[in-house]
Design a protein around this ligand. Structure first.
Ligand code: TRP
Ligand code: ZN
Length: 881
């Protein structure tokens, strides 16, 4: 384990590399215990750099076997090798020279899953962000781009399949049952995009002809016997390739595109050039084993990694501070893809829910950082919701400000100007400034300042003057990264909703702040006067969530109900209802804390039920409208002195109140929505299942009986409905016989399917209440559980810590102690996964006093460990600070 040295990396310290590596020749002789890597690096000293400047290559836990300089063994004193550095003390005088470096690795013992490791008998690599230095000594930084030629040698029986980046060049047999393959990637790339896979896998093949007629051989490699489960991923890949041509004019550029699914993987997937490596969870799916959410995730992640080919690979990051340059932009692209493939409004609501659930708490807590950070201790800890999700929102705002056409022109210019380069956010923004003639300097603060901006809106209508006034005010709270904030440019899409639900016209507007249904808030306070407004409108603000802010708008409940029923913007309709529900839940939780019965307005209950039954709306949309704000959403809105138990009770009582009031309608709807005919994963069918499943949750809550859920569990023909039923059983009736029966049946049916058992772990780890921590402890002893596998760890431990408010935040602190203890166990072999688990502590200061103290103690316990990894120490210390 690489322990912490306390070193901090800063953006302002960036300097171009003194040496470049235009070409790299790699040879791997693969063996689980003793792999030999021979790397031949062509080195070029940058123009103007002194000839005697030492060359320092990065390493991480390496042992040097041999070193040749220009083909001759290096003499003692000519170099210094440590596990994390190889220094060529006196490099050759010539501007170009060659190094040959031999390192030895034991991939079977690599449980950190960075660098070269073995997963389920398959050799594979993960190099982003700094894993390549665990393979060989190198200038392991994204602005050093090399053309790779890779030769892989392996035992033919152990690894009939030999893959790397680029195009295949040759392959053949060697002595003693060994064989080899050579790959060549013509596109210069940074080391983090290198990949190698070797093993015995099954394959699904297809082909794709690009717009300009290039014939691309597509392949997805999976465990033998699972080929049929890759069909949906293949379909998603072809749709992604076509979409990128149509929407962004981007074509694929190699003869082959390979995807490999592995079962041990630290994250979702990785965009290595021409050889994407995936967590098998995001490849394998069929109706029997995958839910509709799984299908949608597969589609999105396949697209995401494919889109990286242009946004990330052809144009890459100058340094890791620019991570959002590829990630935020690529998330934006995959969001747009999913919106086009599915329902735009539903997709947008789901995105905003995720943003609020993951990015808002990050931005509002101790780990807050700008979309483009200026400092880090461990880059692995910056693959965050802020970089990815808020980074995507920032790109979306650029499009809102510029309009569709100029946005596309800016993207075209970006691809044209920077193809083949490693660039910065400034380079990216300059393209949009160039095509639009706009000054984006104030806007660029979205990249530089952390924190969720608050906007307050007050409105006034003057009937005699026929004038409607909107007064806006912005503020950005302080964060650890910046104490004082500058004023932001916040684009707020809006409409003035009239009594018939249509947007009202106005004759003119005072001030230059309004442009095409968007208010551009740039000052602290801005007053906008709409002239010639016939009757009092209702302001629908931040439509489509045009800016990632929190909005406080003084609006009466009846106006909000009106928007929930009639706003022409579907996102804002949903938002209006969600705001009302959240307010009701906050109120109810306060009453419960004061030992009073919660009360709910009949009009609100009816509005929710009415939207659920409105056949003019898509089922998926109605399902979202019926999904109550999560406990964590309510907690975030309350902000401080939080009692998770009261929130949980409030939510359960609102669910019950809606269920009782709408019982008849819900029961009929639930029956009518039953899936008939063959399963299809398309968005429309998935939407119907989603609605049916939310209804089941209500019906069970209303009746207080598990019977209906058990019936659905036993009779469903797909995982979506089976899992939804099991969740209702386990979460609403944890101790009932029906639940025990269902859990046992599920376990028995899927005992050999690790990905499905993950769902079984999740459903139990998220059972609300104080007993779950003990259940999780017991489940860690289950034969299917392993602390070595990140998917298992995330399912059982991760979901307990981040998706079980009442379980994790148990009043006696047992949840926190359990997490700290488990994080330390995981850290011993996989610091990256351990650090991510520890992030679950990030909102500890907003809890009530008693829980705060328990959480602090658990964090302090981790901090006191003498030997912490850089990954974990960074998270723990920032969380405590
Ligand atoms: N670049 C990958 C993506 O967003 C994610 C990634 C970063 C990753 N670091 C990783 C994946 C480490 C696995 C392991 O698509
Ligand atoms: Zn990505």
């Amino acid at each position: 384990m690489r322990t912490d040295t306390g070193q901090v990396f800063r953006l302002e310290d960036y300097r171009p590399s003194d040496y470049l590596i235009p070409e790299l020749d790699l040879t791997f002789r693969l063996d689980p215990e003793r792999t030999i890597v021979t790397a031949r690096l062509s080195i070029a000293r940058r123009e103007g750099v002194a000839a005697d400047l030492p060359l320092v290559l990065d390493g991480d836990g390496l042992t040097l076997g041999q070193l040749l300089i220009d083909g001759r063994p290096a003499e003692d004193g000519a170099y210094e090798a440590t596990p994390d550095r190889l220094t060529i003390v006196k490099p050759p005088k010539a501007q170009h020279f060659e190094l040959t470096i031999v390192t030895r690795l034991a991939p079977a013992n690599n449980k950190a899953l960075m660098g070269l490791y073995v997963s389920n008998g398959v050799f594979c690599t993960q190099c982003e962000a700094e894993g390549f230095r665990r393979i060989t000594y190198f200038l392991d930084r994204p602005d050093v781009l090399a053309v790779y030629r890779v030769r892989i040698e392996a035992r033919k029986k152990e690894a009939p399949l030999l893959l790397s980046n680029g195009n295949p060049v040759e392959h053949g047999d060697l002595d003693d049952g060994w064989h080899y393959a050579v790959w060549h990637d013509p596109f210069p790339k940074p080391s983090y995009l290198f990949a190698l896979v070797a093993g015995d896998l099954g394959v699904v093949r297809d082909r794709f002809v690009t717009a300009s007629g290039r014939d691309v051989a597509l392949a997805i490699y999976v465990e033998h016997g699972k080929e049929a489960l890759a069909a949906y991923a293949m379909d998603a890949l072809k749709r992604s390739m076509r979409w990128d041509e149509e929407r962004f004019g981007r074509e694929y550029d190699l003869d082959v595109f390979n995807i490999v699914a592995v079962s041990d993987f630290n994250m979702g997937a990785m965009e290595n050039k021409g050889l994407n490596v995936f967590n098998d969870k995001y490849v394998l799916a069929d109706p029997e084993t995958a839910t509709d959410v799984d299908f949608a995730n597969i589609e999105a992640i396949i697209a995401h990694e494919y889109f990286h080919n242009w946004t990330g690979n052809r144009i890459t990051c100058r340094d890791w501070f620019q991570l959002c340059l590829k990630e935020g932009l690529t998330v934006y692209r995959d969001h747009e893809f999913s919106a086009d493939q599915r329902s735009r409004a539903v997709k947008r609501i789901a995105e905003v829910r995720t943003l609020r659930a993951h990015q808002f708490p990050e931005d509002q807590g101790p780990l807050a950082h700008p979309v483009r950070p200026r400092r880090y201790r461990e880059i692995n800890n910056f693959y965050t919701a802020t970089v990815y999700e808020k980074g995507s929102e920032v790109v979306r705002m650029i499009r809102t400000i510029l309009g569709a056409e100029a946005f596309r022109a800016g993207m075209d210019l970006y691809f044209e100007r920077h193809d083949g380069q490693a660039v910065t956010i400034e380079d990216f923004l300059a393209c949009f400034e160039a095509v639009s003639g706009r000054d984006l300097s104030q806007f660029s603060l979205w990249y530089h300042q952390a924190g969720t901006p608050n906007v307050t809106a007050t409105t006034r209508y003057d009937p005699s003057a026929r004038e409607y006034t909107v007064e806006l005010e912005q503020s950005v709270p302080p964060t650890p990264s910046e104490a004082r904030k500058r004023l932001m440019h916040i684009p707020l899409a809006f409409g003035l909703v009239g009594p018939d639900g249509q947007d009202m016209a106005y004759e003119s507007v005072e001030g230059a702040a309004v442009e095409d249904s968007v208010i551009h808030l740039r000052k602290r306070r801005q007053v906008i006067r709409f002239k010639g407004v016939e009757v009092r409108p209702i302001l629908s603000l931040n439509r489509g969530f045009s800016a990632p802010i929190t909005l406080s708008q003084e609006t009466s409940a009846s106006d909000r109900l009106f928007l929930a029923r009639h706003d022409s913007d579907l996102f804002s309709r949903w938002q209006a209802l969600d705001t009302l529900l959240t307010k009701a839940l906050i109120d109810a939780s306060a009453r419960i804390r004061g030992s009073k019965e919660p009360e709910f307005e009949a009009a609100l209950l009816d509005c929710a039920a009415e939207i659920a039954a409105d056949e003019r709306l898509e089922p998926a949309y109605r399902a979202l409208a019926l999904t109550l704000p999560a406990e964590a959403d309510i907690a975030r809105e309350i902000g401080s002195n939080i009692d998770p138990d009261a929130i949980g009770a409030a939510r359960a009582s609102l669910r019950k109140a809606i269920a009782i009031r709408a019982h008849e309608n819900f029961a009929a709807l639930h029956r009518n929505l039953e899936d008939k005919g063959p399963f299809s994963p398309d968005a429309e069918s998935a939407g119907r299942r989603a609605l049916r499943n939310v209804l089941l949750d209500y019906l069970a809550a209303g009746s207080g009986e598990p019977a209906l859920a058990l019936h659905q569990f036993e009779n469903s023909t797909n995982m979506t409905e089976r899992m939804a039923a099991l969740t209702v059983l386990a979460h609403q009736f944890p101790t009932s016989e029906a639940t025990q029966k269902a859990l046992a049946a599920f376990e028995e049916r899927y005992r050999d399917n690790a990905l499905v058992l993950d769902k079984w772990f999740i459903v139990q780890a998220t059972i609300p209440g104080p007993d779950t921590v003990d259940l999780v402890r017991r489940l860690m002893e289950h034969e299917a559980f392993s602390l070595m596998n990140p998917n298992r760890v995330r399912s059982l431990i991760g979901s307990f810590a981040s998706a079980n408010q009442t379980g994790f935040n148990r009043v006696d602190g047992e949840g926190y102690r359990f997490l700290a203890e488990t994080v330390l166990r995981v850290e011993a072999h996989n610091p990256q996964v351990a650090a991510r688990l520890a992030v679950a502590f990030r909102s500890w200061r907003s809890l009530e006093k008693g829980r705060q103290e328990h959480a602090r103690a658990a964090l302090a316990h981790m901090a006191q460990q003498p030997e912490l990894s850089r990954d974990l120490r960074d998270i723990v210390e920032r969380t405590l600070a």
